[in-house]
Design a binder for this molecule. Structure first.
Ligand SMILES: [Cu+2]
Length: 201
């Protein structure tokens, strides 16, 4: 025959059993509080991921602007005669460039110091990228997408601009130069409608 379960638990009657039950109740309450704290932390992290993912639209960093790589050299913004630095009528400076295995076009880019410069670039064949010296001018160039950002250069002189995305066997030889000119010198050289570069002729 089975004995009836004891009403006072396996540890027997008395103060010891009561203290144990109290301690267990405290532990359970504390663990329950921590479940809410941890759940709240996880919820905040998930909300941050969803917000940043949707708000910044992930990749490419600025927004999605596509370009047809099959007609890149034939028509539109990235034809050879339109590459280089342009100064618009309203004084805005835009650099357009393309990356291909294993060079940048133009090979030498000229920009003014202390003036916001907008870069617009794309790649023709593989994923490339560039960084200008120790500045914050830094982007990936993905075929079919236009990468764009605006930055200012504070130091005049020449900077190296290497490709920083491994793009094939010639990757380490893929780089261009950026010449940062004093603002007045740059503007004296600029001609409306012309595309500037510093490629030696
Ligand atoms: Cu490259």
């Amino acid at each position: 025959m089975n004995a009836a379960p004891s009403p006072i638990g396996p540890r027997g009657p008395g103060a010891q059993g009561q203290a144990h039950a109290q301690a267990e109740a405290v532990a359970i309450a504390a663990e329950r509080r921590w479940v809410f704290v941890v759940a709240a932390i996880i919820a905040v992290l998930l909300l941050m991921m969803v917000f940043t993912g949707l708000h910044w639209a992930a990749m490419p960093p600025s927004r999605v602007e596509t370009v047809d790589i099959n007609t890149l050299h034939l028509k539109g913004e990235f034809v050879e005669s339109n590459l280089g630095t342009a100064v618009d009528a309203d004084g805005k400076v835009t650099v357009r460039l393309i990356a291909q295995q294993y060079s940048f076009e133009p090979q030498c880019i000229v920009v003014p110091a202390e003036v916001p410069v907008t870069f617009r670039g794309t790649a023709t064949d593989a994923i490339h990228g560039f960084i200008v010296g120790r500045t914050n001018a830094n982007t990936m160039l993905v075929p079919g997408f236009v990468a764009t950002f605006t930055t200012s250069f504070h130091k005049t002189g020449e900077q190296l601009m290497p490709c920083h995305e491994y793009c094939g066997t010639g990757h380490e030889a893929m780089w261009a130069r950026v010449q940062v000119l004093p603002r007045e010198e740059f503007l004296a050289r600029a001609r409306p409608g012309e595309r500037m570069n510093c490629v030696p002729r």
